[in-house]
Design a protein around this ligand. Structure first.
Ligand SMILES: NC(=O)c1ccc[n+]([C@@H]2O[C@H](COP(=O)([O-])OP(=O)(O)OC[C@H]3O[C@@H](n4cnc5c(N)ncnc54)[C@H](OP(=O)(O)O)[C@@H]3O)[C@@H](O)[C@H]2O)c1
Length: 276
């Protein structure tokens, strides 16, 4: 899995751009899919304390012939653990579950200023980083203004947010570009919806691939990390077939033109999103 878009390099960070998502995968599904993902070349796995599958993720990585050090592992602190004294115990619990001495990226899963001031949460996450519990820290589900504030407060590297052809996040991308961070796209295939899209299908026909691969290539070609998830082992490799074709500028623009402000994840505790 190597071509010019396979790795994101920004500041001191080196991230395999295609990651395997594990939201809503139960431990058995993780044990069935993560080994396949590693086998076909994924080197980035995304989990979270809230997914209740960290132990299975850690077990699948440990059981793989791929070296742990060659896999970029992300986990997240749930918002109710955002108080500084809880950040360390949450991270320690994640490491115990994963059976790892560190992760590569630790994210604050959602803004949580009702629980603790952002400054205090990020200070505790930075301290966890300085103690070697994680290589990097970042945030998730931060709109642009909150993200800009987070960059002022701590050495974060990414914002993991919902992003796919139907939901643009331009203001967030601008803040990331201004601060040397990278965008991580969750729900990158709009929970499977892109598979039914006529425009993406037509573009895919030009390249001998399907709409899912077109969508993932569109993200990677813009320097965005993407975390597609599937519970089906046979789809794991299929979704990763994004390195042997390239989209033209015109195709990239056609895909960007599908944006319609369609948000799939918007829980009641979520932030006020950027307009658009
Ligand atoms: N930070 C956050 O708050 C947050 C929130 C949501 C997600 N995430 C992360 O981002 C990852 C991805 O998001 P997501 O899992 O919500 O959505 P997604 O990856 O956009 O879509 C997953 C859905 O697409 C289907 N699918 C996968 N491959 C397909 C294909 N080739 N053709 C048709 N359908 C296909 C899957 O069904 P099958 O299982 O049947 O294949 C599944 O229902 C998560 O797993 C998680 O790691 C983070």
């Amino acid at each position: 899995m190597t071509d010019d878009v396979s790795t994101i390099r920004t500041g001191g960070v080196r991230v395999p751009a295609l990651g395997f998502g594990t939201f809503e995968l139960d431990p058995e599904e993780v044990e069935r899919t993560v080994p396949v993902a590693l086998d076909v070349g994924y080197r980035h796995i995304d989990t979270a304390q809230a997914y209740r599958n960290e132990a299975a993720v850690g077990h699948a990585i440990a059981g793989s012939p791929v070296d742990r050090d060659d896999v970029f592992v992300t986990t997240k602190v749930w918002r109710d653990r955002a108080a500084p004294e809880d950040v360390e115990s949450s991270t320690a619990a994640s490491l115990r579950e994963l059976d790892m001495d560190h992760v590569d990226l630790l994210l604050l899963h959602w803004p949580a200023e009702d629980i603790a001031p952002l400054e205090a949460t990020l200070e505790a996450m930075t301290a966890a980083r300085d103690r070697g519990m994680t290589e990097h820290i970042g945030v998730s589900n931060f709109p642009s203004a909150e993200l800009a504030r987070a960059f002022e407060l701590a050495p974060i590297v990414t914002d993991q947010v919902e992003h796919h052809p139907y939901l643009a996040v331009d203001p967030i991308e601008r803040v990331l570009a201004d601060n040397g961070g990278f965008l991580t796209a969750y729900c990158p295939i709009a929970k499977g919806k892109v598979a039914e899209d006529a425009t993406l299908d037509e573009i895919g026909e030009e390249h001998g691939v399907g709409p899912v691969q077109v969508t993932l290539r569109w993200l990677l070609q813009r320097g965005v990390a993407a975390l597609p998830r599937t519970s089906k082992p046979e789809r794991v490799a299929e979704n990763a077939r994004v390195h042997d074709f390239a989209l033209t500028d015109d195709e990239m623009e056609r895909i960007a033109g599908l944006a319609a402000g369609e948000r799939l994840i918007d829980p009641p505790f979520g932030p006020e999103w950027d307009a658009g």
